[in-house]
Design a protein around this ligand. Structure first.
Ligand code: GUN
Ligand code: FE
Length: 418
């Protein structure tokens, strides 16, 4: 058995609006799994080495529940457009480059390293339509120590000249890709891009594959009003966007739907009842002028919800940054609707980026015993302060200042990866 003990000021998002703090505490992990968090180390660990991070903060690392790996090369560009124009003029042509395996290798190896440097250790990620580039992406993430799900994207309509598959080819390539997935910690997820990209025949086949192989599913839902109108013209039989997934078996407790900005009460109820996950992507929703998602309403209604960067609709890989965006987006909505609903606090937004998504992976909130050790060690010793700050204040400041160089060490699945 391999034991790891780290020491510092431990911050654990134990419930939605409450973080627990253990000053000068210890996390004990055995074979990568947390055994306990304690203020005082038991004598039974006497001879074990303790990695002492002294006055540093140790907090849970981030999960990014929605991002597009092949949009990494366009991160920070082309954002003065709304969704459908942005997809056609900027995004699809960029993703088409990933037919080139050499290009995919270098971009994805950079992406994986940047995720780790920013303290993101787990992802639910879109690749492109390309099978080989998707396998390269999975390999690079695995090599960097990242865990989670990656999907080869399916799209057999409206992709333009360079980013569209034939229906049969899309299904065959998906099956072939699934057979080639060989990683323990990076798993496949079925990924119809969104309803306008997939014919009914393809949706049907993907629903069947997901069911037969017991695979999770990810897609986009009610991100933008024009998109909703388009979906409604493609599926006149469906009163709500979600029904276009539901009718093909793509709607269950292992479905992850990005955005849900314009999901009305009925659509949200359907999500709640089926246990579908909503991924709130505030930076992207503001950049592409999609809207302010009703995140507090979703939480109040008891929906499964987590945060995503949605790069490159989002402008930053850093989940520090996206956590701050979630707070600001909820405050903008709070002001716009004259105080109703309430806005997200720092603790709440951090929970959405750490403990909330852990539940999708079958784990408990916080640094609970039995969870894999996923942690970030942060230093803030070079920052000025007029008095001695509490750990809680330092935590808040670290989130808001979102400085990547503050991340001094990262543990993923029990291993030190930075
Ligand atoms: N809807 C369909 N594809 C995409 C995408 O790549 N990004 C975003 N934000 N929305 C989408
Ligand atoms: Fe997206």
């Amino acid at each position: 058995m391999n034991r790891l003990i780290i020491k510092g000021n431990i911050i654990s998002a134990d419930s939605f609006n409450n973080i627990s703090i253990y000053e000068n505490g210890y996390i004990v992990a055995e074979d990568g799994v947390i055994r306990e968090v304690t203020g005082k180390l038991d004598r039974k660990y006497g001879s074990d080495t303790v990695t002492d991070y002294k006055d540093a903060l140790i907090m849970q690392s981030f999960t990014d529940m929605h991002l597009h790996a092949p949009q990494y090369p366009m991160l920070g560009m082309g954002l003065d457009m709304s969704l459908l124009e942005w997809l056609n003029t900027y995004t699809f042509p960029t993703e088409a480059y990933f037919r080139d395996e050499g290009f995919a290798r270098s971009a994805y190896s950079m992406l994986a390293k940047e995720l780790i440097r920013n303290g993101t250790t787990r992802v639910v990620m879109f690749s492109s339509i390309h099978r080989k580039a998707t396998l390269i992406l999975m390999e690079e993430l695995d090599k960097a120590g990242i865990t989670g799900y990656v999907g080869k994207v399916n799209m057999d309509r409206n992709g333009g000249r360079d980013l569209e598959e034939e229906t049969g080819e899309s299904i065959r390539e998906t099956l072939k890709w699934l057979d080639e997935c060989k990683w323990e910690n990076i798993k496949p997820i079925i990924t119809p891009r969104f309803t306008p990209s997939c014919t009914n025949e393809l949706m049907q086949a993907l629903g069947k594959i997901a069911e037969e192989r017991n695979l999770p599913i990810q897609s986009h839902l009610s991100e933008n009003v024009s998109e909703q109108e388009w979906v409604s013209s493609l599926h006149p039989d469906c009163s709500h966007y979600y029904m276009t997934y539901e009718k093909y078996g793509l709607w269950n407790g292992r479905t992850v739907m990005a955005h849900c900005v314009w999901s009305d009460e009925e659509e949200r109820k359907a999500m709640k009842e089926s246990g579908v996950w909503a991924v709130h992507c505030p930076s992207s929703n503001i950049n592409l002028t999609s809207g302010y998602a009703p995140v507090k309403e979703m939480i109040r209604e008891g929906m499964n919800i987590a945060l995503g960067s949605d790069i490159a609709g989002g402008d930053s890989l850093s989940m520090f940054s996206n956590t701050v965006s979630a707070i600001k987006s909820s405050k903008a909505r709070h002001m716009m609707l004259e105080g109703k609903p309430d806005f997200l606090t720092v603790e709440e937004a951090f929970y959405l980026a750490s403990s909330a998504p852990a539940a999708f992976f079958g784990e408990k909130p916080g640094f609970a015993a039995g969870n894999p050790l996923n942690a970030i060690v942060l230093t803030d010793s070079s920052l000025p302060s007029v008095r001695r700050l509490s750990v809680k204040e330092r935590f808040e400041r670290s989130i808001y200042r979102r400085e990547p160089h503050a991340v001094k060490a990262v543990y993923s699945n029990g291993k030190k990866v930075l």
